[in-house]
Design a protein around this ligand. Structure first.
Ligand code: ZN
Length: 226
């Protein structure tokens, strides 16, 4: 009997690169981040936390783009320069995301730190949590200077997804003393599950759902009736 050909799932299109000023709600953390970017003193280790789907990751990407942009407008990336184009396409060598293979696949992003050994051990099953092999690959990259002379930004999603906390513990040292020119932005909806030793190393910013007024204003700005 002929083997049934499994239909390959098309990855979802990744979301576009947005600027800090385009994001809805969360004025307080956004203002703080914008001021830090404009003054050129981005926090080396940030923890953005709040409910899922609220813009933590979009914010992290906006920061990574702005800090490497050739002609930023205040804290906003231009989205036209070569660096911004690479961030938009996820091909910038200094801006990478550490997340589970399943999260990367669902978002239509590359898995920047694939753990090939774990994948072969599990028969190719896509991991739904962070793996220590991924963290080791990231740590290996921190030994090098930023490739493009700007700032290297690692966005780390759902570090708490590894229940053994082995991934968190492996990152402790580098989060305590990030290499020069390197920033880490952690994004989590369950920061309470992260070890204190990780949280204490981060500048923590809480993200809240936008108010009705903020949402209405955002929609009106795009000509959409509330
Ligand atoms: Zn730019």
């Amino acid at each position: 009997m002929a083997k049934k050909k499994k239909a390959k799932a098309e990855p979802l299109p990744d979301s576009p690169l947005l600027c800090l000023s385009e994001l809805v709600g969360n004025q307080r953390p956004r203002r703080l981040l914008a001021a830090a970017l404009i003054e050129g003193r981005l926090f080396p280790v940030l923890l953005l936390h709040g409910p899922p789907g609220i813009g933590k990751f979009t914010t992290a990407r906006a920061i990574a783009a702005a800090v490497n942009c050739a002609s930023p407008d205040g804290a906003d990336a231009c989205r036209q320069c070569p660096s911004c184009r690479k961030v938009a396409a996820w091909t910038h060598p200094d801006i990478k995301v550490l997340e589970s293979a399943a999260d990367a696949q669902a978002a239509g992003r590359p898995d920047f730190f694939p753990d090939a050994q774990a994948a072969s051990r599990s028969g190719g099953r896509v991991a739904t949590r962070l793996l220590i092999g991924q963290v080791r690959r990231l740590l290996h990259e921190t030994a090098f200077k930023p490739f493009e002379g700007g700032r290297r930004v690692f966005i780390i999603r759902h570090l708490e997804s590894d229940p053994s906390m082995g991934c968190a513990n492996a990152l402790l040292k580098v989060l305590e003393e990030p290499p020069p020119g390197t920033s880490f932005i952690l994004s989590s909806s369950r920061p309470d599950l992260l070890p204190d030793t990780i949280r204490s190393r981060c500048k923590t910013l809480a993200f809240l759902p936008p108010s009705r007024e903020e949402t209405a204003e955002f929609l009106a700005g795009r000509g959409i009736p509330p």
